[in-house]
Design a protein around this ligand. Structure first.
Ligand code: HAM
Length: 449
């Protein structure tokens, strides 16, 4: 048997419906915040990620899926979304758009050659968004609050937002020097990777999963102590806006992020997922004021966030958040002979085109087995097409809940279904059973917490 590659998943059945629902909520929230959907290629030239994400990051040195195409070009499957979006922003000259800043979002798979475990995959899905063209601290607060609000709207409660600042280039350089000075005498206590990071990218040592519990890490200098006045003031503004927006956060100096492009604000969102260790970080982001220029565009500030979709789904499951899934059909059409089957073919098509969820039998089942199938699909109504009735231009339609049967004219089926499938039967979010729903106040199942 050919099996799926290590670190990948098949999403199907109920789980796929849940993914669709969560994606739909994300689309709706993004629309409210005026972010436009963007699709960029799954593969890009390898140089983009080397220049964008950083030569010394784990992602680029150890985790990319690289290949040479048949034309001899070096290509990489995208390990994250920001570099590709920024490349597109430059290539399509979005910096020239009248509407600034440019606000873009995506929801798609990324590829990282990591050691697979629960919550860590080689094909992972991220939804992310980028706000490019503003350095205003208000945009930092918007990007952070948007992340928090999406999780909130989805019904996730146990999240923690950790915010930090790396400061501007000068502050970052000073901090970098302080880190080298701190770690140099202890270089032999560090793992092999961190030994290499010491000169090239000492900030990454703080992010190391191997060395994280060592004493030398705990006594390391904090970013906050190396900020110049301007960077300090900027961070104060970001925090002020967050407070005005009512966003709960913690300033955590250990948040430095594993990618090279950040400066100023960086943040991570944690969920309470038991036994998940570092995989409880369900999203991260930050400001990248030099990235556009680094990739070849004009000097333009930017900030963004990306959430691990897979980890979000695990967190929702862990918190037992009920995600509404469509569990019923409106009508099941049964038939016995070929003429009735032909009419079923016509009617299913017609009713579906009028917005109803209609199913029929594709296995030439007996009527008894057909009724069973209608029950399995939780069908609200059943029609047994019968040649005699059809000759009279009518059908018998059975309400499967009340067990009542009506005889109606063929012309009246749409009207009848419209009248009889009410919001009382079905929650507007698509679920047929009473549940703790987050779909909005249109839904009869919606309960205020
Ligand atoms: P990142 O921290 O590398 O940031 O990834 C964001 C999120 O993706 C992580 O917090 C985690 O939830 C999820 N994630 C990462 N790797 C895996 C994996 N192997 N399996 C499952 N989930 C994973 C970025 O990617 C930046 N581009 C975020 C950003 C956008 N910064 C600015 N704009």
């Amino acid at each position: 048997m050919i099996t799926k590659p290590k670190g990948t998943k098949d999403i199907y059945g109920k789980e796929a419906k849940k993914w669709q629902y969560v994606s739909k909520v994300i689309d709706e929230v993004m629309e409210k915040y005026n972010y436009n959907y963007i699709r960029v290629p799954v593969f890009e030239s390898s140089e983009l990620f080397h220049r964008g994400v950083g030569e010394t990051t784990d992602i680029v040195t150890k985790e990319t899926y690289d290949f040479t195409d048949r034309g001899g070009r070096n290509m990489t499957l995208r390990p994250e979304g920001t570099a590709g979006v920024v490349r597109s922003y430059i290539e399509n000259k979005m910096y020239g758009d009248v509407n600034q800043p440019v606000k873009l979002y995506y929801n798609c798979p990324m590829y990282r050659y990591e050691r697979p475990q629960a919550g860590r995959y080689r094909e992972l899905t991220q939804f992310g968004y980028e706000l490019i063209g503003s350095d205003d601290p208000l945009s930092d607060a918007e990007v952070i609050s948007l992340a928090v609000n999406i999780y909130k709207i989805l019904g996730l409660k146990g999240i923690k937002v950790n915010v930090n600042t790396l400061g501007d280039q000068e502050s970052r350089d000073n901090y970098r020097k302080a880190l080298i000075k701190h770690f140099k005498p202890h270089v032999n206590e560090l793992c092999e990777d961190c030994k290499e990071r010491l000169e090239k990218n000492p900030l990454r040592i703080l992010d190391c999963k191997v060395d994280q519990d060592k004493e030398v890490m705990k006594t390391a200098p904090k970013t906050i102590d190396y900020l110049n006045d301007e960077s300090k003031e900027r961070f104060e503004k970001v925090k002020e806006y967050l407070e005005i927006m009512g966003v709960e956060y913690v300033v955590d100096p250990s948040v430095v992020r594993g990618l090279d492009y950040y400066n100023h604000t960086v943040f991570e969102v944690e969920a309470k997922i038991e036994g998940f260790g570092a995989q409880n970080v369900i999203g991260g982001g930050g400001r990248y004021n030099t990235l556009v220029e680094q990739i070849g565009g004009p000097k333009t500030p930017g900030i963004g966030f990306a959430a691990g979709f897979d980890r979000l789904m695990l967190a929702l499951e862990y918190e037992k958040v009920n995600i509404p899934v469509q569990t019923s059909v409106d009508l099941f059409l049964l038939y016995v002979n070929e003429d009735e089957k032909k009419y079923a073919a016509y009617l299913t098509n017609e009713l579906r085109m009028n917005g109803f969820i209609v199913e029929t039998d594709y296995l030439n089942r007996s009527l008894k087995a057909g009724f069973k199938q209608a029950d399995r699909l939780n069908s609200k109504f059943t029609i047994v097409l019968n040649s005699e009735d059809l000759k009279q231009n009518e059908v018998k339609i059975k309400n499967n809940k009340t067990k009542e049967e009506d005889v109606i004219s063929l012309d009246a089926i749409i009207y009848y279904l419209d009248e009889n499938i009410t919001e009382e039967d079905d929650c507007s979010c698509g679920a047929s059973e009473e549940h703790n729903c987050n779909c909005g106040d249109k839904c009869k199942c919606h309960k205020e917490d």
